[in-house]
Design a binder for this molecule. Structure first.
Ligand code: DP6
Length: 323
């Protein structure tokens, strides 16, 4: 019997970052993190278990996937097969609606959509917590793309205790992420490689020691819709992660000159009264957070900065869902 399911998931942007693993195989992170799903940007994944297949087959944006990508997907499929008592192979077709190569991390939405589609196609009815744990095995940040809106990932200490849950719905706060896409030529170090270097920085221990306090500040800023407080804590958290990256061995330096130009501009705009702040993942793009009423103004200002190649705009997004 052929069994198919299609799932949709959004990427997310971390306000309190996950950097470093306590267990890299199970992807148990060194610290808890907090993020916002990005509405409008989606990965759509169809999984079909078919007894006729002689191996798993994966296409990403209609192209055959790399060996590395295939291995990670197979790992999640094997977990699903084990849970469902299934032995047949699967065909997986995954597509992003956001430009590939624009540097928007797609592993979070990809593994969230894969986990939901594969488990449904296998006839499993997993709880949100189980799905979040499954997605985590493919890519840590993917566990945060399963629940809706503003999401906290409790680090936990083992497979069962490490999962994400929603702390506020997408409608709770009309934040907007204007993503300033910075064109980049050379190949960046992937997050998976980067996590392994976190402990080579003497700053990682200090970053981790202070994370519970930043998490609490960030959670409260969201629940109380306090933009100034959010701005302070997410810029601090971002700079701490990049300080760890810049002092790792080998050095990880993701910022480009345009990245820094955008940071300086944001500080000036904030001084002039615009509610705006930044955060940056493992790449040169700047996620510029503001309130919905200021999104047009902020994206116009960003478009005038030389080197900003594109601007994507996203509101808080919903959970992963079956189509
Ligand atoms: C900087 O979840 O991409 O975006 O588990 O190896 O796939 P893997 O790592 P990933 O790491 C995300 C790192 C980050 C910060 C964050 O999203 O919390």
């Amino acid at each position: 019997m052929i069994n198919s399911a299609t799932a949709i998931a959004h990427p997310n942007i971390a306000f309190i970052k996950f950097w470093g693993n306590r267990d890299s195989e199970l992807r148990i992170p060194a610290n808890s993190s907090l993020s916002m799903n990005l509405a409008g940007l989606v990965t759509r994944t169809r999984v079909t278990f078919d007894p006729v297949l002689t191996s798993d087959q994966l296409t990403i944006n209609r192209e055959p996937a790399s060996t590395e990508g295939m291995a990670r997907v197979k790992m999640v499929l094997d977990l699903v097969r084990e849970m469902a008592g299934l032995s047949c192979f699967a065909q997986i077709a995954s597509e992003n609606n956001f430009p590939t190569g624009a540097g928007i991390a797609s592993s979070a939405s990809a593994f969230a959509a894969l986990s939901l589609a594969a488990s449904a196609a296998a006839g499993l009815q997993l709880s949100q917590q189980q799905l979040s744990r499954l997605a985590r095995r493919g890519s840590g940040s993917a566990c945060r793309s399963i629940p809706a809106g503003f999401v906290e990932w409790q680090a936990g200490f083992d497979d069962e205790s490490s999962y994400a849950y929603s702390i506020a719905s997408p409608e709770h706060w009309d934040l907007v992420d204007c993503i300033a896409v910075v064109s980049e030529t050379h190949k960046p170090t992937t997050s998976s490689e980067g996590h392994k270097l976190a402990d080579t920085s003497v700053l990682q221990a200090a970053r981790l020691a202070d994370t519970p306090a930043r998490l609490e500040r960030c959670r409260r800023a969201i629940l109380e819709r306090d933009f100034d407080s959010l701005a302070g804590v997410i810029e601090l958290d971002c700079n701490l992660m990049h300080a760890v990256m810049m002092t790792s061995s080998p050095v990880l330096l993701y910022w480009q000159p345009v990245t820094l130009a955008v940071i300086h501009a944001i500080h000036n705009w904030r001084k002039s009264g615009i509610p705006v702040c930044y955060t940056i993942d493992a790449g040169p793009n700047v996620h510029v957070l503001s309130l919905a009423g200021f999104a047009d103004q902020v994206s116009q200002l960003l478009s005038r900065i030389p080197g900003v190649a594109d601007i994507l705009i996203a509101k808080p997004g919903g959970p992963a869902y079956l189509e």
